[in-house]
Design a protein around this ligand. Structure first.
Ligand SMILES: [Zn+2]
Length: 207
């Protein structure tokens, strides 16, 4: 129903509120202002090194777009956001596949989709590599993270992920929507490392 209304009503750009016209997703100005960057410092990497691509801080057009993608059913935003992110993936990383952080199946059913999987598919298409949406599995639902302390969060995530399908050899790009403390991506990294996939890079829309 929500998606039908979205088709019928004149749509505003989720980034700036301006009229979208015949476009879907973001207006041209907002799309052009999305700039991916390679980051050297994050909780995901102990030493300074290029390991993470993002569209920058969680604010402005990026924040509003992520909120629309996650909470307002605007799955069409995965394309412009994913394309902008893919443009920042250095070719010398030689990514062999893209893996989205899985949502628990109950939460995915509630939302109807996993936004990280939509983004991962776009990034994989742009990079010309396979997307592996079943590469990681979420064993159990984790409590809503925003309500927890850091230590509780880490304990909550331990063992939450496991390997699903076999993954391509080489460098894998692990993708999530937002990086906050990094615990979710670190828990995914631990699961991949335990299965012998040790060559990882990361992509997030914002942090
Ligand atoms: Zn706009």
């Amino acid at each position: 129903m929500l998606s039908l209304l979205r088709l019928l009503l004149p749509r505003a750009c989720p980034g700036c509120g301006g009229q979208l016209g015949p476009h879907s997703g973001l207006c041209a100005a907002c799309s052009q202002n999305l700039r991916a960057r390679v980051e050297w410092h994050s909780p995901l990497c102990a030493q300074p090194a290029p390991h993470l691509v993002s569209l920058g801080p969680y604010r402005g057009v990026v924040r509003r777009s992520i909120c629309a993608l996650k909470y307002s059913g605007a799955r069409e935003l995965a394309r412009p956001l994913g394309q902008a992110l893919a443009a920042g993936v250095p070719s010398d990383w030689r990514i062999a596949g893209v893996i989205p952080v899985p949502l628990h199946s109950r939460r995915e059913r509630e939302r109807g989709y996993n936004q990280a999987a939509l983004l991962a598919q776009v990034v994989a298409d742009c990079c010309g590599v396979p997307c592996c949406p079943a590469g990681l599995r979420r064993h159990r639902a984790t409590a809503q993270q925003a309500k927890q302390q850091v230590a509780e969060r880490a304990a909550n995530l331990q063992g939450a992920f496991g390997i699903g399908q076999a993954l391509p050899g080489g460098t894998l790009l692990l993708l999530d929507d937002v990086l906050t403390t990094g615990e979710t991506l670190l828990a995914c990294r631990d699961a991949l490392h335990a299965a012998g996939y040790t060559d990882l890079k990361y992509a997030v829309l914002a942090r």
